[in-house]
Design a protein around this ligand. Structure first.
Ligand SMILES: Cc1cc2nc3c(=O)[nH]c(=O)nc-3n(C[C@H](O)[C@H](O)[C@H](O)COP(=O)(O)OP(=O)(O)OC[C@H]3O[C@@H](n4cnc5c(N)ncnc54)[C@H](O)[C@@H]3O)c2cc1C
Length: 383
C-alpha cells in the first residue's frame, strides 16, 4: 500500500491509491470515481489536513503559469505550481506577489487553502490575492467559482473540490531592501508601532535564551540604480528576498489575535516560556496581517498579529503547545489551519462570524462529504 507523510514527519497516512493525473479529463474521472478524495500540496502543513485512506491526488502536472494578464496585473497559475517556480516567470512579465511567507516551497493551491501569509500591516494572506479559481467538484465537473463562493473557495482547506488553477491579483515587479538586526525584545516591542508602519514588512523572532529579538524589515526599493548596501542589508527582487531556507525540521503552532492585543499576548507566551516551559528554546515569531473578508481567514474582520511557537522534531512539544493554546484562546486567537491546534467544529462557530455560512457552502459543494476525511469532519461537522 502507498504511504504519504508531511514535511515535519508528524502526519502519515496510507492512501488506498496515490494518483498524479496527467490532464483535466483524467482528474475529473478520478474525482467522479472515488468516494474519498484529498489532494496533497507540498505537505508543509503540520495538521492532518491532507491525510486520507482513500484517493490521494498530486497536481504536479498542473504546475506552471497558465496565462498572464500584464496590463490587468493578474496571472492564472496551475494549482500544483510551487511558489518558488513562479517568481522568475512573473518577474519576466513585470509582475510579482504582493507578499509571501517564510518559505516558498508550498504549491499555490496548498498555500491559499490554509491562508498562508507573510508579514505586513497593510497586506493580507495569499488567499486574499485570489481573483478567480477553477475547481473540479465532487461530481467531477470543472467549474469556475464566482461570487461569494469565491471568497469561500479562496481559503477552504480543500473541502470544496480539487483546485485546478488560481488567478491572483499581483503588483508590478518590485525590489525589496532587507535589513536585519538584533535588539532587546522589550525595546523592539516599544518601537513596534513605528517599525510596523515605516516598513512595508516587519517581523521579529524572539530568542528565549537571550531575551533578544531578531528583527527583519523589508521595504520596496524604488531606485533601481542602488546596488550597494550597508552591512546587514540586501537588495533584490521581492521573490528572492521573501523566502528563507529552513534546514532544521520543527513542529509549529500559530495563532492570530486582534492586532491591538498582539504585544500583550506575546508577553503572556514569553512568561509561559520563562516559567512553566523554560525548557522551550525555539524562537517565537511575531508578524502582522491586514484584516480581510474571507469566511475562514484567521484575519477575518480584524487587523491581526500572528504569533508562532515551534519545537524541534523529535522533542516533546505537546504540553507546551496545549498550555500556549489556552493563552491564545484567552486572546480570542484563531489557529492557523496548517499548524497544530486542538480545536474542533464546536469551537469555530464562536471564532468565525461567517462559520455557519461556510459550512452550508461546503455542504452544497460536497453533499456526499467526498472531501471530508475524519480529521476534517472533526473541524466542520459538530458531534
Ligand atoms: C517550513 C515551513 C514554513 C512555513 N511558513 C509559513 C509562513 O511563513 N506563513 C504561513 O502562513 N504558513 C507557513 N507555513 C505553513 C504552510 O504554508 C501551509 O501549511 C501551507 O498550506 C502548505 O502548503 P502545501 O503546498 O505544503 O500544502 P499541503 O500542506 O500539502 O496542503 C494544505 C491544504 O491544501 C489542500 N490542497 C492542496 N492542493 C490542493 C488542490 N489542488 N485542491 C484542493 N485542495 C488542495 C490540501 O488538501 C490541504 O488541505 C509553513 C510551513 C512550513 C513547514
Amino acid at each position: 500500500m502507498a504511504s504519504w507523510s508531511n514535511w515535519a514527519g508528524n502526519v502519515e497516512c496510507r492512501p488506498a491509491r496515490l494518483a498524479e493525473p496527467r490532464d483535466l479529463d483524467e482528474l475529473k474521472r478520478l474525482v467522479a470515481g472515488s468516494n474519498d478524495v484529498r489532494v496533497a500540496g507540498s505537505g508543509h502543513s503540520f495538521t492532518p489536513i491532507v491525510a486520507t485512506d482513500g484517493l490521494l491526488l498530486s497536481l504536479g502536472n498542473f504546475a506552471g503559469i497558465v496565462d498572464i494578464d500584464r496590463a490587468g496585473l493578474r496571472a492564472e497559475i496551475g494549482a500544483g505550481a510551487r511558489l518558488a517556480d513562479i517568481g522568475a516567470e512573473l518577474q519576466a512579465a513585470g509582475l510579482a506577489l504582493a507578499n509571501q511567507g517564510d518559505v516558498d516551497v508550498q504549491r499555490i493551491a496548498g498555500a491559499i487553502s490554509t491562508g498562508t501569509h507573510g508579514t505586513g500591516r497593510t497586506l493580507g494572506s495569499i488567499s486574499t490575492m485570489v481573483a478567480a479559481l477553477k475547481l473540479v467538484t465532487a461530481s467531477g465537473e470543472a467549474i469556475e467559482v464566482s461570487g461569494s463562493d469565491l471568497k469561500a473557495a479562496a481559503l477552504s482547506l480543500g473541502t470544496l473540490g480539487v483546485i485546478v488553477s488560481v488567478t491572483l491579483n499581483l503588483l508590478p515587479a518590485y525590489r525589496l531592501r532587507e535589513r536585519v538586526w538584533r535588539e532587546p525584545v522589550e525595546q523592539a516591542l516599544e518601537r513596534l508601532p513605528e517599525l510596523a508602519s515605516e516598513n512595508r514588512h516587519f517581523e521579529f523572532f524572539w530568542l528565549p535564551e537571550t531575551d533578544e529579538a531578531d528583527c527583519k524589515a523589508l521595504h520596496p526599493s524604488l531606485d533601481e540604480t542602488i546596488t550597494t548596501v550597508e552591512p546587514g542589508e540586501r537588495i533584490d527582487w521581492s521573490w528572492r528576498i521573501f523566502p528563507s531556507v529552513r534546514e532544521r525540521k520543527f513542529i509549529e503552532s500559530e495563532w492570530s489575535v486582534p492586532a491591538e492585543q498582539g504585544p500583550e499576548c506575546f508577553l503572556a507566551i514569553r512568561e509561559l516560556m520563562r516559567g512553566r516551559h523554560a525548557e522551550m528554546k525555539w524562537p517565537v515569531e511575531y508578524r502582522t496581517v491586514a484584516a480581510d473578508d474571507l469566511p475562514l481567514s484567521p484575519a477575518f474582520g480584524r487587523d491581526t498579529v500572528a504569533i508562532s511557537i515551534h519545537q524541534g522534531v523529535g522533542k516533546p512539544w505537546e504540553d507546551f503547545f496545549r498550555d500556549a493554546q489556552e493563552i491564545f484562546r484567552r486572546f480570542n486567537g484563531r489557529p492557523h489551519w496548517g499548524k497544530w491546534h486542538a480545536l474542533q467544529a464546536r469551537d469555530f462557530a464562536a471564532l468565525y462570524p461567517q462559520w455557519d455560512r461556510f459550512v452550508a457552502t461546503r455542504r452544497r459543494f460536497d453533499p456526499q462529504n467526498k472531501f471530508l476525511s475524519p480529521y476534517l469532519r472533526s473541524l466542520f461537522e459538530a458531534r
